[in-house]
Design a protein around this ligand. Sequence first.
Ligand SMILES: Cc1cc2nc3c(=O)[nH]c(=O)nc-3n(C[C@H](O)[C@H](O)[C@H](O)COP(=O)(O)OP(=O)(O)OC[C@H]3O[C@@H](n4cnc5c(N)ncnc54)[C@H](O)[C@@H]3O)c2cc1C
Length: 448
Amino acid sequence: MTRANHEKSVTVIGGGVSGLSAAVFFAKENFKVTLVEASPKLGGRTYSFFDNIIGAEIDNGQHILASWYHNTFEFLKIIGSYDKLTFQKQLEVKFIDDSAKEYLFKCPKLPPPFHLLSGIMRYKALRFKDKKALVKLINTINRGRISEDKLRAINTNELFKITGQSERLSNYFWKPFIIAVFNAKPENTSAYLFSQIIKAGFLEKNGSKLVLPNEFLSKLFVDPAFVYLKNKNSNVITNNRVAKINFEDRIVNSLIIEDNTKIRSDFYISAVPFFELKNLFEKDAYDSNFKQVEGLKSSPIVNIHLKFDKSIDNIFNKRFAGLLNTQVQWIFKVKSDQMCLVISAAKEVSELDKNEIVKFAQNELEMCIPEFKNFKIIASRVIKEMRATFVPDKNSLSCRPKNATKFKNFFIAGDWTNTGLPATIEGAVKSSKQCVNYILSAAKNLTE
Ligand SMILES: Cc1cc2nc3c(=O)[nH]c(=O)nc-3n(C[C@H](O)[C@H](O)[C@H](O)COP(=O)(O)OP(=O)(O)OC[C@H]3O[C@@H](n4cnc5c(N)ncnc54)[C@H](O)[C@@H]3O)c2cc1C
């Protein structure tokens, strides 16, 4: 944009959505950008590939976005992918329970919070007294009736107790929502983070619609970002891990990558997962600057890709549905004969072997939609993402670092940094956007 920016350079470590979006935002500002990714592929935890067993392209895990993913949309608009998304007209989710009973949660086109209240009142899975308790909880959050300090000190199961949420309400409404968004059960989800998502997801104007990708993940996020960066003459290095960060007097002066190349730039952003940060620094430097990160823990997600012997269109005509009282929480139709079943907060399940997982997922699918008994699974692929997200419990709040660090020209991005959001695509892109904003203003000050 400006000549001043043209002279500035930035190195981004890590080519997941966070690193890719940081690189793209800087390239747009005419920075000289270098992106270094350890693995041979870009995309981090968001990618797709051709699977020989299924005989088709699959995502590493089904991703769903929401209409409050503003930073993500900005990134996708720059790389030309925004039109590869389908926005729901209104929040609408079909749930099916383990006795094959179906319930529709659908919010009419009304301003918030009336759309939500109306959706809750029409949702037949809940009794009237559950609906009253649900509205009480939303009101408590909306009106700030519990202080931020108190919310930060408790997990969501405790908030449920305080506001009288019944087991039925938890199983038929809150759990599917919380497990999907946080990849954690209510007892492992900070009440503060939960309240932030209620505000953004349910109470913001147009915030609560779900957004589904029409493309496989690499074609949506990764390939177009790579093309954009190449067109901007950015230097994208893959298959080369950053091995060391050199600094002096709280200024980073270079990076060393695995092949011993030294990279120098004005600014540096780490966009690696929380468990990789310690590998960038010598022990003393890491301990004295980032020790709190050690408190974060990982939570797995298991995706089960199934190919059937014939089209399932006649028995499942939706793009996706939520399952209730089951370990499989969401089912997505990928093609007429192909599905993806999602198990989040999957610590126990992830310990099973892959055949066992397919068997019990198939069993749950048949409990909820008995017609599946007439269909044969001809191919399956189980993908266990053991470190899919961090566990967003109350302890995690003090472990998430700010994007600016004690090193003047070194910033940290990633879905696990202190964004106020759970580990999501939006959290990843928001963190990079925050780093970009810091650096743009620092770059401006340097040239003034
Ligand atoms: C199965 C699954 C389902 C999900 N579903 C959803 C969903 O529905 N909606 C949603 O919003 N989010 C979802 N998420 C979360 C979302 O994918 C993540 O929040 C996001 O991808 C994190 O991006 P990131 O760039 O912060 O980290 P990562 O994607 O982990 O990227 C970090 C990158 O850094 C690289 N790296 C590490 N060390 C080094 C080094 N020393 N040098 C160079 N590079 C290095 C890694 O190889 C990696 O590519 C899901 C995640 C998974 C796994």
